[in-house]
Design a protein around this ligand. Structure first.
Ligand SMILES: Cc1cc2nc3c(=O)[nH]c(=O)nc-3n(C[C@H](O)[C@H](O)[C@H](O)COP(=O)(O)O)c2cc1C
Length: 375
């Protein structure tokens, strides 16, 4: 027996358990984290995007969360190479992606996205529309030509998310993930730094959650009752790594409770290092707290398989932070339910097969060159 065998078997055993997200049974606990790739000219995911996702599903990723894909609103995005989740050609491309992932044995949800005040100069078809957000303020605190959303704008964006979710169900996806993280539109409402509204959509955490909760409710109403709605959120922002939505579990609960009541089936708690405790006095990470506060299944994410410790643990050196044993311990005690893997899966499409199949020594360390292609 090699030194790596016992830990790898434990990985297979714990990660291979199916998990229910509302009406969907995901075959195992490994998800692909959503990653913008910009390989979809005209917003249409083509054959290369299809095989990129299908390859990872075939290698054992149980749930693919697609890269962020723009909902049908004039200000939703800025790049013509980011896939769109509206329009005939775009949705036809996505339908083929979903079919290919299913044929490979996986499940797939699109990540529905509106970038809000992150929008700068746009390419067609986004060139002319203004950046919109709760208060016309960017994540860095500047104004830069943005526009505070009117009630009409809010209603339009809510409608755009609901339409995209309906399209996802119609063309064969297994659920949807709403992008409420990283300083984009929904997070701009959740975060006091960008939400200075004095109407019903601004003020305390519950009021700041109203817009996201209305989107969840509209999506919920549009899709079948058993169609899973996942909500991704984060404390950190793309342009403010130290920003926080909630300083205490009580503040976090004020945000998560209305989202849960509106119909979220699972939360994807985005952190940059999954092993860090979220609040003082407990080892629970953000996904752990989210599960404890909402009772919903959660996905964790953040540097899984990137740290050298991940591999070292398989050599029998114990459950160090960042090691797979640490991750498996947490899964085993139901701190959270699934683990999303980002960069390690870009580097190595076979990552899940190697982790599940006792071939850890074949994993390749992450190199940013992996971002350059869709291999
Ligand atoms: C190239 C790249 C693109 C990303 N795009 C998105 C995105 O579209 N939506 C999103 O929610 N997160 C996005 N993320 C964040 C990832 O989903 C994930 O949370 C992050 O990479 C941490 O996981 P990792 O350490 O396993 O890579 C992106 C990350 C990378 C590296």
């Amino acid at each position: 027996m090699t030194a790596t065998a016992p830990a790898a078997s434990r990985a297979a055993e714990i990660l291979s358990r199916p998990i229910a997200l509302n009406g969907l049974t995901v075959p195992n606990r490994i998800a692909m984290a959503p990653m913008t790739r910009m390989f979809s000219p005209g917003g249409v995911p083509g054959e290369d995007v299809l095989s990129y996702y299908a390859r990872r599903a075939a290698a054992g990723v149980g749930l693919i969360v697609t890269e962020g894909t723009y909902v049908g609103h004039a200000s939703a995005g800025q790049s013509d190479r980011v896939p769109r989740f509206h329009g005939e050609e775009q949705l036809a491309g996505w339908a083929k992606v979903a079919d290919a992932v299913h044929a490979a044995g996986g499940t797939i949800v699109p990540q529905l996205w509106h970038i809000g005040m992150v929008r700068k100069q746009g390419e067609p078809p986004f060139a002319d529309a203004p950046a919109v957000g709760p208060s016309g303020i960017r994540v860095d605190g500047t104004e830069g030509g943005g526009k505070a959303m009117t009630q009409r704008d809010l209603d339009d964006v809510i409608g755009a998310f609901a339409e995209a979710a309906a399209a996802a169900e119609r063309i064969g996806f297994d659920g949807v993930e709403l992008h409420g993280a990283h300083g984009y539109l929904l997070d701009q409402f959740l975060w006091a730094g960008t939400n200075r509204r004095t109407d019903a959509y601004g003020g305390d955490p519950v009021a700041r959650t109203k817009f996201a909760a209305e989107i969840v409710a509209a999506v919920r109403e549009t899709v079948s009752p058993d169609f899973p709605v996942i909500f991704r959120y984060s404390q950190w922002k793309q342009e403010a790594y130290d920003a926080r939505l909630a300083e205490t579990p009580q503040e976090l609960e004020a945000i998560l409770a209305p989202l849960t009541a509106a119909g979220v089936d699972a939360f994807h708690a985005s952190t940059r290092r999954y092993w860090l405790p979220e609040f003082d006095g407990s080892d629970l990470n953000l996904a752990g707290w989210t599960k404890k506060l909402t009772g919903r299944p959660t996905l964790t994410v953040g540097s899984v398989g990137l740290d050298g410790d991940f591999l070292r643990a398989f050599a029998g050196e114990g459950a160090a932070v960042g090691s797979i044993d640490n991750l498996l311990d947490r899964l085993e005690r139901d701190e959270f339910d699934m683990v999303a893997v980002g960069r390690a899966l870009l580097q190595d499409p076979q990552w899940a097969a190697k982790v599940l199949g006792n071939r850890i020594e074949e994993l390749q360390p992450y190199d940013a060159a992996a971002l350059k292609t869709l291999s």
